[in-house]
Design a protein around this ligand. Structure first.
Ligand code: MGD
Ligand code: MGD
Ligand code: SF4
Ligand code: MO
Length: 904
């Protein structure tokens, strides 16, 4: 059976994959050597995609409940969609079309997006349709539109090979866009003169490759870019001819830059003046300067300004529309671009049309054959959940996103979901945080099961193809939207028209294509057949074109009224929530290398747990020491909106006064409402994107003297199943986390509380971790909540549970993790000591997830080899194989190597 060519469903790099299958099951995946985004490479997440599709937690049948005090029950598609259509029709009739809303996702395919967009705007008559791209790309959209006139990234991946200066701002490319980062590494290796500047408050894996790392104070990017422009002006490094011929508004901007002399700007940013000058010079003197940017710019209350201020630099130096030059916003999700193109966000309209423009609306209405498109502004994500909470929006349809994990200010979001009269959730999984709030669960076909198209960061449209049929009753997203639309149309209008008469995603694509005719996103020359024959193509791709468009604005003409790009005279504004005496630390959030968002997929791949297995708040070691907190201790983290209890860890890459928490941890792995319990819902006034990267917090040592640690490898070998069985326990403790052990074979449950829990809870844990059999050594004093139980298999620890006031658990975990013999320990095995009774080397963090290689092992080899960085890296790769497969761990390997070279 030949492989099926499709696209990776994780990040916006949009790598091509070849899926192999047997007997109706997906059995493997490899990089598509012909795909221009990756040429055969895949990162740690992409190459384990086939492991995400099987197993527990899949939504397989429609379910609904009529009343909140009952569980959802399985029903047929007809019955379920009929019920939802009744409720929607009733709500619309009683309260008008704006009383319902659709909250969708940048992980839907373009055809899915189109169907939802048409459903909301053409049938329901509301603009209350927004997507999780609001939390992601909306500042980039607003930034491009205000400056260049259209939401279109002008550059392409190949520009990385042509640039001699790459400015990476607010992007941890090494972890979030790994295959693109491999390309940057290759460009740097080929051209050592290539200057890489990284702007990030954290010393990230990306910053390790930089020639210059500007660790600016959070939120000060605009001051930095204005300071750089001030320098460019002073040192005659701008391009007056380009400014004259192709732009407008430079004089107003020049006035503003006067206030940002390098000294002052550097002070605002908390960096040295010299570093600022160097950055400006490298950028201004380079033949081709490319900037790559992501959430560090977008997720901000001044995200649009940050984008515009960076684009100003490109316009002022003419660094755009040439090979190697341009402001290149990296998209997060695989098809956030498709959502932007189809106008599937509250304030956009299909084909880069303007929702505020009556002519544009009339044109779309005519093309769709409906009387009109509402001009009433729709609610953007944060506003939408506020309106639900206020009772203004009564019914919400959520598809392909998990707002009870990913939206800021979880207390408010969950209150909204509780108050909503109807919550419909269209998901591939039935166990996400949002699923707990859903009155209706509609099972969706997922990656490997559905067909359509996606657009990656460089405007490249790729085909998504099914390798197997969707399981049980799951249906593709576009089909669910259309099936529902037919039911709703019948109830609202008494008949069904041809509005939703689609039988295939190809038909949807062809209709959508017509709406791009003559627009900036024109793809009238493209169809599934062209894509199948010629491979992925970049838009615009006009009717008469023979190929797509690699770069935009090569002729210096921009899609504005005057044809000129617009400088934007922005000023620096501080973050919306400043630190003060009560909340003295700045909380930053973002991604881990091997996990994807709420972990509904990556969390089901055991291998992907090794790199960062436990939820932890990262702080500068000095901040921990000052508070007398040891690494690994439990802390309570408070913001003005919520509280979390977590382990604190030291990370010298975090600047003093700051903290970093991965965005992935939700209520399925951690007690409480996850990372976003703490974050701020303040939004940028023009992009409506929330400031997810900046909030003020306080940390205190957690006063929870009773502790529990249970670890175990299940007898049936299915650690992931045990993990999901243990999850309900999280709610029983003031603190608890439940994760896979770094070796991925076992489960680790940690808990803490002020007082011991009831004996029943402890019993449950013992049963789960199979600590009730004969081969278990046990000591228990249930009244005091003290237990020590160790299960031995062939003289090794295969499971253990320790609880009480002083449990000294770490060494027992090592015995479990390393499978060491406990024969020599005897009764000391049950002794509650903090240090191991025998010498024990910790295996350390897993660095290479492909080959399961830990930090300690790598350090051992590095110590034993001599030579320069190159030969040390080669030695590690040769002896341990780490960093030889997907390359995702290369930045960290290089860091360990350079530390060992320095030490030597
Ligand atoms: N492994 C993995 N990859 C992913 C994803 C994932 O979940 N996991 N998600 C995908 C998605 S949807 C997205 S949007 C992208 C996100 O990709 P990135 O934006 O690269 O990832 P983040 O870690 O969210 O944030 C990037 C950096 O912004 C920095 N930052 C914080 N505040 C500021 C600031 O004020 N100024 C500057 N200059 N930097 C700041 C943070 O320290 C962080 O290192 O990743 C995509 N790729
Ligand atoms: N604190 C903090 N919060 C953040 C961020 C941050 O940096 N910091 N980043 C924000 C950003 S940039 C983003 S993009 C969001 C992401 O936030 P979410 O959109 O909530 O992230 P996912 O977990 O990817 O949710 C996608 C859901 O769709 C399901 N799914 C997968 N495939 C399909 C399919 O084909 N059809 C359907 N119907 N469902 C499917 C998955 O099981 C999953 O539950 O998080 C945002 N939240
Ligand atoms: S870089 Fe990794 S996650 Fe992103 S598309 Fe490629 S394989 Fe998928
Ligand atoms: Mo995103």
């Amino acid at each position: 059976m030949p492989e099926v060519a499709s696209t990776c469903c994780y990040c916006g790099v949009g790598c091509g994959v070849l899926i192999s299958r047997r007997d109706g099951r997906i059995t493997g995946v490899r990089g598509d050597p012909h795909h221009p985004a990756n040429f055969g490479k895949l990162c740690s997440k992409g190459q384990t995609l086939h492991q995400t599709v099987h197993g527990h937690g899949r939504a397989l049948y429609p379910e609904y409940r009529k009343s909140r005090d009952k569980p959802r029950v399985r029903a047929s598609w007809d019955e379920t969609l009929g019920y939802v259509a009744d409720r929607f029709a009733d709500t619309i009739r009683r309260y008008g079309p704006d009383s319902v809303a659709f909250y969708i996702s940048g992980q839907l395919l373009t055809e899915d997006y189109y169907a939802f967009n048409k459903l909301a705007r053409a049938l329901v008559g509301t603009n209350n349709i927004d997507s999780n791209s609001r939390l992601c790309m909306s500042s980039a959209v607003a930034g491009y539109k205000t400056t260049l006139g259209a939401d279109a990234p002008p550059a392409c991946y190949e520009d990385i090979d042509h640039a001699d200066c790459i400015l990476i701002a607010g992007s941890n490319t090494a972890w979030a866009h790994p295959i693109l980062f491999r390309r940057i590494e290759a460009a740097k290796a080929k051209n050592p003169d290539l200057k890489i500047i990284v702007v990030d408050p954290r010393r990230t894996a990306t910053a390790e490759l930089a020639d210059l790392h500007l660790a600016i104070q959070p939120g000060t990017d605009v001051a930095l870019f204005l300071g750089m422009l001030n320098t460019l002006l002073w040192e005659n490094l701008t391009d007056p001819a380009y400014i004259d011929a192709h732009t407008e508004g430079f004089d107003a901007l020049k006035l503003v830059t006067r206030d940002y002399a390098p000294e002052l700007a550097a002070q605002l940013c908390g960096i040295s003046k010299d570093d600022l000058l160097t950055a400006a010079r490298w950028f201004g003197q380079s033949k081709a300067a490319l900037s790559l940017y992501c959430m560090g710019l977008n997720q901000s209350s001044c995200g649009t300004d940050k984008n515009a201020a960076l684009i100003n630099l490109h316009l002022a130096t003419g660094q755009i529309g040439r090979p190697g030059a341009g402001p290149f916003s990296l998209t997060g999700q695989p098809n956030a671009m498709g959502g932007r193109e189809t106008g599937s966000m509250a304030n956009l309209l299909i084909g880069h049309r303007n929702l505020q423009d009556a002519d544009d609306r009339a044109e779309v209405a005519k093309l769709w054959g409906v009387p009109s498109i509402s001009g009433h502004t729709g609610k953007t994500a944060v506003e939408m959940f506020d309106a639900i909470r206020r009772g203004e929006i009564k019914a919400v349809w959520i598809a392909c996103t998990n707002p009870a994990q990913s939206m800021p200010d979880q207390a408010a979001v969950r209150e909204a979901l509780t108050r909503a009269e109807l919550v419909v959730l269209q998901e591939t999984c039935n166990d996400t945080e949002t699923a707990a709030y859903a009155d209706v669960l509609l099972p969706a076909a997922g990656w490997g099961e559905k067909e359509g198209t996606v657009t990656n960061s460089e405007r490249r449209i790729s085909r998504v193809r099914p390798a197997v049929a969707a399981p049980e009753e799951a249906r593709p997203d576009w089909r669910i939207a259309c099936d529902f639309a037919l039911e709703l149309e019948h109830r609202l209008h008494g008949h069904t028209s041809t509005l939703f008469a689609f039988d295939s995603p190809r038909q949807i694509f062809n209709e959508y294509r017509e709406l791009t005719r003559g627009r900036t996103t024109d793809i009238t020359g493209l169809g599934y057949a062209t894509l199948d024959a010629k491979g992925p193509q970049q838009w615009p791709y006009r009717m008469d074109a023979r190929h797509g468009t690699q770069r935009l604005y090569e002729n210096g003409v921009f899609p504005t009224a005057t044809g000129r790009a617009r400088f934007t005279a922005v000023h620096y504004l501080p973050v919306a929530e400043n630190v003060d005496a009560r909340y003295p630390l700045r909380l930053n959030t973002g991604r881990l290398r091997d996990q994807w968002h709420g972990m509904s997929r990556s969390g089901r791949v055991a291998k992907l747990w090794g790199h960062a297995p436990e939820p932890a708040l990262m702080l500068n070691p000095a901040d921990l020491a000052r508070r007398n907190i040891a690494p690994g201790e439990l802390v309570t983290v408070d913001s003005r909106r919520g509280t979390l209890t977590l382990i604190a860890e030291a990370d010298a890459g975090i600047a003093p006064g700051q903290a970093f928490l991965p965005m992935h941890w939700g209520s399925r792995y951690l007690s409480g409402t996850g990372t976003n319990a703490l974050t701020l819902p303040v939004i940028d006034p023009r992009s409506f994107q929330p400031e997810l990267k900046h909030s003020a917090i306080r940390i205190d040592k957690a006063v929870l003297p009773w502790r529990l640690m249970a670890v175990g490898t299940p007898g049936d070998g299915d650690a992931l199943a045990l993990l999901s069985r243990a999850q309900p326990l999280l709610a029983e403790f003031e603190f608890a986390s439940c994760t896979l052990t770094p070796d991925a074979n076992g489960v680790l449950l940690r808990a803490a509380s002020a007082k011991p829990p009831c004996a029943k809870t402890l019993e449950k844990i013992h049963t789960l971790f199979e600590l009730d059999g004969n081969a278990v050594l046990r000591y228990a004093d249930p009244r005091r909540g003290v237990t020590r139980a160790v299960r031995l298999t062939d003289g090794h620890v295969s499971g253990a549970c320790l609880s009480g006031d002083a449990i000294g658990e770490t060494w027992l975990r090592e015995f479990h993790a390393q499978g060491l013999s406990v024969a020599a320990l005897g009764s000391r095995l049950l002794a509650p000591t903090a240090t191991a009774p025998v010498a024990l080397a910790a295996r350390g963090r897993i660095i290479c997830s492909c080959h399961g290689v830990g930090e300690t092992t790598i350090l051992g080899v590095l110590q034993a080899t001599t030579g320069d960085a190159g030969s040390k890296l080669a030695a590690v790769q040769e002896q341990l194989r780490c960093g030889t497969q997907c390359g995702s761990c290369l930045p960290e390997l290089r860091k360990l190597v350079s530390a060992s070279v320095i030490a030597a």
